[in-house]
Design a protein around this ligand. Structure first.
Ligand code: GLN
Ligand code: ZN
Length: 772
């Protein structure tokens, strides 16, 4: 029979219970025992609801208090000395690696001050994992009670036989790095690490596990030969355990494995291979051709990364093709990846319009979908007839709904021309006209947009949302905030002002709420890292802008200030990437719709007398396809085009800025140059100024403001520090090309820090102005 399976379940709980418990523990409000028991309660609840749904293969060890990779770091004892030296409790050490720990001496216990390990994006998702950090003389040792075994037993005691999940040895090492000052090549440690995997697998077998899921997601990357070659010895060893270990399902996701298909040869001894057929359905034939004669295929046909209802007809067809080739007993129907990237349950959404609600499916609902698909293939469609009919109806309704299709938007897209992507004149002409209009000094100073979002701002916004104050009262309050921000910028003597973004809850949601085609949820939280969750808006239909979105605030700010006012917008790619996108039209189409809406906004800002306009694209790089090559080039092409389409509608004399929260552009510099933004502000204070070299090498002619101080920390940089930083930048950038600004927006900072830091920044700029 075809079985159903889930690769991982969201761990936060229906009301972000895990977030609340961990944060309470960190704040010292609940004891460790309470946190542990809350974790236990959540695990049990999630196993039970999957079981109740009828899912055949339920994961365990997918739970983590902070991050699943950090769990493995802890499991294998990969704890740098800077943490272990404090002899903290297990849990404290674990969280210290995840988020750093700073605490004063207390009751004879010494003070602790250690930053977190590095945290990086998990493939191309918005989840972040803790990077394993290795030493040259690294050794590995299983932590006393191996978590995968403990949690397996915990589920078994509750009457649920689970399939434990492990991050595979090759991926664990390939995703690791040498610690600062160390030169070890992580993959060279494979031989030392493997015995621990063997140990855990045998313990799991002894505990009664029938199968284990080993994730090797790095198979979707272009792999260095050494890493690619590591699969054979690793899985030969593991395979040699034979019946001493559970059956192994090797899972890949977020991409195709066709370019690494040769690796499957060395995995033929494993029970099953899992592939993501939502993202890359076209890999199916190649993968089927590469399977061993008895191997099972786990077919990821239910999207683990998005919130749309699965198209049963399509999924069932795919699974049936596989069944024809392999037979029912060699097919597992599965989520494409862990469901970690989807919200918990649609049942929590009480405010969604029933029409659109019917198109969504969150983790709990996806469990039901998997069971239905497996049943339809195992027993025939008659067994689930009504579910199939309802699904077909829902698909139909969505495809033909007026909410998804707006002929006016499509019509406008059909009329987009090449010329609409181009500014009227090249940069030298533009900058001359902008200079005439703006009259800026050398080393102009500005900020990235937001100023401190104070408690008062949040209180007033909440009151407004809850109808406790009127729109006029709220507007008055925002105007007052803008006045304050303008006055402070005058005192600081900055050159290009901003209005401070007090009216914005979030840089994507704010615009989404003002566009047609977006929907918002109340509970659809997804873990981003640690206890942090995000609630992305959902793009459901063709996007258009019914009315100006930011003109009122910018215009007001300009009317009360002496200096040029910069209008602030979130770019099309960032709006797309930080939302759940549609799965029924290509993302390039959605980006173009967003671009057209923003284009109107940009033109309206200009007409309102705003002659500096910044379009933020911090998410441009994270959308880069995981592998270099054609797919990446295509992405960059439509991403760049959407930025240009949104900004090219203005006159030469209007200055277009863009902002990125990073400074590693080496791999795709041509695309950054192709944006043709007059001024780029980028993160640079935490990165090496050498990264700016690419701007010299490529003879980048336009203006750049590399951030001169880190806004993530409350620390106030001294004037001298900023001067030194600017001096360093001048090794790479020309004096008349350099802007002076912070790394990013200031919304998370306090006012006192902000004023002090900006004072030093402006003074540093003035110093260079007097020198050049
Ligand atoms: N304009 C935004 C701000 O200042 C930019 C934020 C970002 O780049 N993430 O808050
Ligand atoms: Zn930023």
């Amino acid at each position: 029979m075809v079985q159903s399976s889930i690769l991982g379940f969201p761990r936060m709980g229906v009301n972000r219970d895990l977030k609340k418990a961990t944060e309470a523990f960190w704040a010292g409000k609940i004891p460790k025992e309470e946190l542990l028991s809350e974790g236990k309660r959540l695990r049990l609840e999630h196993w039970q609801l999957q079981k109740k749904a009828g899912v055949d293969i339920i994961p365990s060890n997918d739970f983590a208090f902070y991050d699943q990779v950090l769990d493995h770091i802890h499991l294998f004892g990969v704890v740098p000395e800077r943490y272990s030296k404090y002899n903290l409790s297990d849990l404290d050490e674990y969280f210290a690696m995840g988020r750093g720990l700073q605490r004063p001496e207390k009751d004879g216990e010494p003070a602790v001050d250690v930053p977190s390990l590095e945290m990086v994006k998990w493939f191309d998702s918005n989840y972040h994992y803790v990077k394993p950090t290795l030493q040259d003389n690294q050794t590995f040792k299983l932590s006393g009670t191996a978590k995968p075994v403990t949690e397996f037993k915990e589920a078994k005691d509750a009457g649920i036989l689970t399939r434990p999940v492990l991050l595979g040895p090759v991926s664990f090492l390939a995703l690791a790095k040498a610690d600062r000052g160390q030169s070890v090549d992580p993959i060279s440690l494979l031989d030392k690490l493997l015995p621990l995997y063997e140990d855990v697998l045998m313990q799991l077998k002894d505990a009664g596990a029938e199968s284990v899921q080993i994730d090797e997601p790095v198979l979707v990357f272009d792999l260095p030969t050494k890493v690619k070659n590591a699969f054979q010895p690793a899985y030969e060893k593991i395979g040699a355990l034979g019946s001493k270990a559970p059956k192994i399902v090797l899972a890949t996701y977020f991409g195709d494995i066709v370019h690494n298909i040769g690796v499957l040869d060395s995995l033929k001894g494993l029970y099953a291979i899992h592939v993501d057929l939502v993202r890359n359905p076209e890999q199916l034939d190649t993968v089927l051709g590469a399977l061993g004669p008895e191997q099972t295929l786990s077919a990821g046909v239910v999207d683990g990364r998005n919130i749309w209802k699965t198209n049963f007809q399509r999924a069932i067809e795919t699974v049936e093709t596989i069944v024809q080739k392999l037979g029912k007993d060699r097919v597992i129907v599965s989520s494409s990846s862990s469901l970690l990237h989807t919200p918990h349950t649609l049942a929590s959404e009480k405010k969604l319009d029933p029409e659109v609600k019917d198109w969504f499916s969150f983790a709990v609902e996806k469990a039901d979908e998997l069971v239905i698909i497996a049943k339809a293939v195992s027993e025939g469609p008659a067994a689930v007839r009504s579910a199939l009919e309802a699904n077909a109806k829902s698909m139909q309704a969505r495809a033909s709904s007026a909410r998804t299709n707006d002929p006016k938007v499509k019509d406008r897209q059909a009329k987009v021309t090449e010329d609409m992507h181009k500014r009227a004149s090249p940069f030298p002409t533009r900058i001359a006209q902008q200079q005439k209009r703006l009259n800026l000094p050398k080393f102009p100073t500005t900020t990235i947009g937001s100023f401190p979002q104070t408690k008062e701002i949040r209180i007033q916004r909440n009151k407004f949302v809850k109808n406790e104050i009127t729109a006029e009262e709220y507007e008055k309050f925002i105007e007052k905030e803008i006045q304050d921000v303008v006055r402070i910028q005058e005192e600081l003597d900055l050159d290009v002002f901003v209005h401070g973004e007090p009216e914005r809850n979030d840089m994507v949601q704010y615009f989404g709420e003002r566009l047609n085609g977006y929907e918002f949820t109340t509970h659809a939280w997804v873990q981003s890292y640690g206890s942090r969750c995000v609630r992305p808006p959902i793009i459901v239909g063709d996007i258009s802008r019914p009315a100006p979105m930011s003109v009122k605030e910018s215009k007001y700010a300009a009317s009360i200030s002496k200096k040029p006012m910069k209008g602030m917008l979130t770019g099309p790619i960032t709006c797309l990437r930080w939302s759940f996108p549609r799965d029924d039209v290509h993302q390039s189409v959605q980006a173009q719709q967003l671009a057209l809406a923003l284009r109107d906004e940009v033109v309206d800002l200009e007409a309102a007398g705003i002659y500096v306009i910044q379009v933020d694209e911090p998410a441009l790089r994270e959308g880069l396809p995981l592998r270099a090559g054609k797919e990446r080039e295509r992405y960059l092409q439509w991403a760049v085009n959407s930025f240009r389409l949104s900004t090219a509608g203005v006159e030469d004399g209007t200055q277009i800025h863009s902002h990125f929260c990073y400074s590693e552009f080496q791999d795709f510099f041509y695309a950054i140059a192709a944006l043709d933004a007059d001024v780029l502000s980028i993160e640079n204070s935490k990165s090496d100024a050498k990264l700016l070299k690419v701007f010299v090498d490529e003879a980048y002619p336009r203006h750049i403001g590399p951030g001169v101080y880190d806004i993530h920390s409350p620390r106030v940089p001294s004037e001298q520090e900023i001067k030194d930083r600017i001096q360093e930048m001048l090794q790479y950038l020309k004096p008349d090309q350099l802007w002076i600004d912070p790394d990013c927006g200031l919304k998370t900072r306090q006012w006192s820090e902000t004023k002090a830091a900006l004072t030093n920044m402006v003074n540093a700029a003035k110093y260079f102005r007097s020198k050049y």
